[in-house]
Write a protein that binds this ligand. Structure first.
Ligand code: PGA
Length: 249
């Protein structure tokens, strides 16, 4: 049975004291057994997050990493640096990394490969832009992102892969995909995995939806048969909102 997952992508929000406040609030909440919950604060606060959440059911993920192990890569962070502080999950391919920081499918593929080779869990993000949906090429765009980003992986590596479908037009905009649109794309993604690999693998991959998930729309999105949870941006910055989403299954 695939896992239900809710992950909070804090993006470039929350300084040290704000991070501590939010984590202390989250620590006091009860996490349902059936849901795996994690938060992704900024790099500089990851170690604090790991320490503060020790002994809780809440995991900590990084928002990015570089694919090389070490060396002259000014400003970058390696897998061993993350693992060294107890972080073994990383978000890769987020649309903001793609559009603002110029990460291509090829760069993201290298990061994904490096991460799974090092037994890190990857939350692989992908999704079409508004123009793609308007022109009807959204399935093609998503398939291309999957082909280059994760369909090159050998089957065993998939035990460390979580997918996050995030239509770019829904991220931070307040416009969410309808439950039907989410299900249609998640069903397409699961079928593509089954065609590339096996039905069994496809059935076991958690596919999260991301893009303006809020307490008032999480339930109907999470109720869709191929939606296994969410990657949450804005609403993850408020403990009550985030926990309402965690409890929306
Ligand atoms: P949002 O962000 O929930 O604020 O739309 C989602 C994301 O970027 O992962």
């Amino acid at each position: 049975m695939r896992k239900k997952i809710v992950a909070g992508n804090w993006k470039m929000n929350n300084d040290l004291s704000e991070t501590e406040i939010l984590l202390r609030e989250l620590k006091n909440k009860i996490i349902p057994d059936a849901v795996s919950v994690m938060v992704a604060p900024t790099f500089v606060n990851l170690q604090t997050a790991v320490q503060l959440l020790e002994g809780t059911e809440i995991g900590v993920a990084a928002q990015n990493m570089y694919f090389e192990e070490k060396g002259a890569f000014t400003g970058e962070v390696s897998m061993s640096m993350l693992k060294g502080i107890g972080v073994d999950t990383v978000i890769l391919g987020h649309s903001e990394r793609r559009s603002i920081f110029g990460e291509t499918n090829t760069i993201i593929a290298k990061k994904v490969q490096a991460a799974v080779n090092n037994e890190m869990t990857v939350i692989f993000c992908f999704g079409e832009e508004l123009k793609d949906r308007q022109s009807g090429s959204h399935f093609e765009v998503v398939k291309e992102q999957l082909d280059t980003g994760v369909f090159t992986l050998f089957e065993p590596a998939w035990k460390n892969v979580i997918l996050a479908y995030e239509p770019v037009w829904a991220i931070g905009t307040g416009v969410t995909a309808s439950p039907e649109q989410a299900q249609e794309m998640h069903g397409f993604i699961r079928k593509a995995i089954a065609e590339r690999y096996t039905n069994e693998l496809a059935e076991n991959v958690s596919i999260l939806y991301g893009g303006s998930v809020k307490p008032n729309n999480a339930k109907e999105i999470f109720n869709q048969p191929d939606v296994d949870g969410g990657l949450i941006g804005g609403a993850a910055l408020n403990a009550d909102d985030f926990m309402a989403i965690v409890n929306a299954f």
